[in-house]
Design a protein around this ligand. Structure first.
Ligand code: SAH
Ligand code: SF4
Ligand code: F3S
Length: 469
C-alpha cells in the first residue's frame, strides 16, 4: 500500500466537507452549459449545488454582456448578494461571490472596484482553474481573465452519471467557442475570443458519457457552430456535418440539434445532413438580424437579404418539414422606415416558427456604438412592437398547423398535472399528454389534438400490438 502523506489526507478531509454552491446564469445556452461544467469542476472540492441561494457558501453569477440591460442586471444582482453576504457573516457564515461569464471577461478588475463584496472574477476560458481561484480568493480578491494557452476542456472534470441523470434527457455540448465574424453590433468576439473548435474525439467521448447515462437529445453549441472545423478522429479536419454524422451513430442518441449558426457557414454538406440524418431535428435557428441590404452591410453580416432567402429555399428543398427561427435587431444606426419595412417583408416571405428580437443596444468597444444616426429609443420601441406582433402571429399559425398531425415527441419530465407527461416536438414546442412517467427518455409518435398559447396537447398514437410505445 502507498503511504499517504499528511497533505493528501488533509486535502481528502477538506474535499469531503460538503459546501453549498449556487450558480445563476444569464444570457445564452453556452452559459447554461458552462454552469454545468463549473459545478462539475467544483464537485471534487466538496461543492454540492443548492437551489437555496441563502445557504450557498459559494455564489457564482454567470453573466451576459450582449446588451446594456443584461450587463446592468449584474450590478443590481451583486448589490443584493452583498446584503446576503453581510447577513450570513453576522451569523458567522462566510460566503464567496464569484462573477463569471462575459461581463467578467469584458470588465475584469473593474467589477471589484464597482462592488467590493466580489471575491473572484473569472473569464469563460478559465473555468478549469476555478477550484484554485476559489482557494486563492480566501486571502484576497482574484481576477483571472487571461486567455490561457492550455485548453480548459482538457482540465474540466467529467460529470458523474448521477449528475447527468439529474440534469435530464436533453443536454448541451459545446463544440466550438468564440467568433471571428465581428458583426459591428456584437461583443462576443471580444468576450469569447477567437473561434476555436474542439477535437471531434473529445466531443464524441463526452457525447458517449451523456448517452450512457440516459441523455437522448444533444444540442451542439457554438457562437458560430456551423463554422465548426475540428480535428477529426481520422486526423483530417471535420466539418459540423461530419461531426453530426458521427454523433448520430452513438447508441441512445435519438435527437441532434445545433445552435447558433451564421448563414454564410451553412455549407452544402450541412444542408445534405438535414436531408439524410433522421436524428438531426428539422428545426434551424438561423439569425438574419435585418432584411435590409444597407443595414446588413453596416452590420458586417456579409450577405444580402436575397442570399438568405435563397439559402432557406435550398435548405427547405433538402428537408421539406424544416421550420426556422431567427434573431432580429431593430433600430441599428441608420435604420430608416424603408429598411425596417424590408425586415418585415423578409419575415413575411420566409415565415418563422419562432424568433427572438431586440432593440439595438450600443455596446462599448464595438464599431456600431460610434456610428452616426443612432435611432431614437421611441422609434426602436415602436418597431420592436410591430415586428413582434408579426412574428407572434406566425408562431401561433405554425403551432396551429401541427393540430391533427402525428409528430414524434421526446418525453422529458412529469407534466403539469398528475398523470401527465411533458416533452418536446421536433420544433422544441412543449407537448403535454396523459401518460405515465415511464415515457420519460423515450421518443414516441403523438397526435396533436389542441394547441394552447405556448404548449401543444396530444395523445399517444396506437402502434399495433405493442400498444402505445
Ligand atoms: N452568434 C449568434 C448570436 C449571438 S448573440 C449569431 O451569429 O447570430 C444573440 C443575438 O443577440 C444576436 O443574434 C443578435 O440578434 C442579438 N444582439 C447581439 N448584439 C446585440 C446588440 N448590441 N443589441 C441588440 N441585440 C444584439
Ligand atoms: Fe456576434 Fe456576429 Fe459573431 Fe454572432 S456572428 S457572435 S452576432 S459577431
Ligand atoms: Fe451573452 Fe456571452 Fe452568451 S455575451 S449571449 S453570455 S456569449
Amino acid at each position: 500500500m502507498k503511504p499517504v502523506s499528511d497533505r493528501a489526507e488533509f486535502a481528502a478531509a477538506k474535499a469531503s466537507e460538503p459546501k453549498k454552491l449556487f450558480i445563476k446564469s444569464f444570457g445564452c445556452q453556452m452559459n447554461v452549459y458552462d454552469a454545468t461544467r463549473m459545478a462539475d469542476v467544483l464537485a471534487p472540492d466538496g461543492y454540492e449545488e443548492t437551489a437555496q441561494i441563502e445557504q450557498a457558501d459559494l455564489i457564482v453569477l454567470n453573466t451576459c454582456h450582449i446588451r446594456e440591460k443584461a450587463a446592468e442586471k449584474v450590478f443590481s444582482e451583486l448589490g443584493k448578494l452583498r446584503q446576503l453576504k453581510e447577513e450570513r457573516q453576522a451569523r458567522g457564515e462566510s460566503t464567496r461571490i464569484a462573477v463569471a461569464g462575459c461581463v467578467a471577461q469584458a470588465e475584469g478588475a473593474e467589477i471589484l472596484r464597482k462592488q467590493r463584496a466580489v471575491d473572484l472574477v473569472v473569464g469563460p476560458q478559465n473555468y478549469h482553474r476555478l477550484p484554485d481561484l476559489v482557494r486563492e480568493s480566501v486571502a484576497r480578491p482574484v481576477v483571472d481573465t487571461e486567455f490561457p494557452v492550455e485548453d480548459k476542456f482538457d482540465h474540466l472534470t467529467a460529470p458523474s452519471d448521477e449528475k447527468i441523470r439529474e440534469r435530464g434527457v436533453t443536454a448541451f455540448l459545446t463544440v466550438q467557442e468564440g467568433c471571428d465574424k465581428f458583426c459591428t453590433f456584437c461583443v462576443v468576439p471580444y468576450t469569447r475570443g477567437a473561434e476555436v473548435s474542439r477535437p471531434a474525439a473529445k466531443i464524441v467521448a463526452e457525447a458517449e458519457i451523456l448517452a450512457r447515462a440516459g441523455v437522448r437529445e444533444i444540442t451542439l453549441l457554438g457562437q458560430n457552430v456551423d463554422a465548426y472545423h475540428g480535428m477529426g478522429e481520422d486526423g483530417a479536419i471535420w466539418s459540423l456535418a461530419r461531426l453530426l454524422r458521427r454523433l448520430a451513430q452513438i447508441e441512445g442518441i435519438l435527437r441532434l440539434r445545433f445552435t447558433t449558426s451564421h448563414p454564410n457557414d451553412m455549407t452544402d454538406d450541412l444542408i445534405e445532413a438535414f436531408a439524410d440524418l433522421p436524428a438531426l431535428m428539422p428545426f434551424l435557428h438561423l439569425p438574419v438580424q435585418s432584411g435590409s441590404d444597407a443595414i446588413l452591410e453596416a452590420m458586417n453580416r456579409r450577405h444580402s437579404a436575397q442570399d438568405y432567402i435563397r439559402l432557406i429555399e435550398k435548405i427547405r428543398r433538402a428537408r421539406p418539414d424544416l421550420a426556422l427561427s431567427s434573431d432580429f435587431i431593430v433600430g441599428f444606426p441608420g435604420e430608416a422606415d424603408a429598411d425596417f419595412k424590408a425586415t418585415l417583408d423578409l419575415i413575411s416571405e420566409v415565415g418563422f416558427a419562432s424568433s427572438f428580437s431586440f432593440k439595438y443596444s450600443p455596446r462599448p468597444g464595438t464599431p456600431g456604438a460610434d456610428l452616426p444616426d443612432q435611432v431614437d429609443e421611441a422609434v426602436k420601441t415602436e418597431r420592436l412592437y410591430r415586428l413582434q406582433d408579426l412574428v407572434e402571429r406566425q408562431r401561433q399559425q405554425f403551432n396551429a398547423s401541427l393540430v391533427g398531425q402525428v409528430t414524434p415527441v421526446l418525453f422529458e419530465k412529469p407534466g403539469r398535472h398528475n398523470g401527465q407527461v411533458a416533452g418536446k416536438s421536433p420544433y422544441l414546442q412543449p407537448v403535454q399528454i396523459d401518460g405515465s412517467a415511464e415515457l420519460i427518455g423515450r421518443q414516441v409518435p403523438v397526435e396533436i389534438v389542441r394547441c394552447g398559447s405556448n404548449s401543444l396537447f396530444g395523445r399517444l398514437v396506437e402502434t399495433g400490438s405493442e400498444g402505445a410505445a
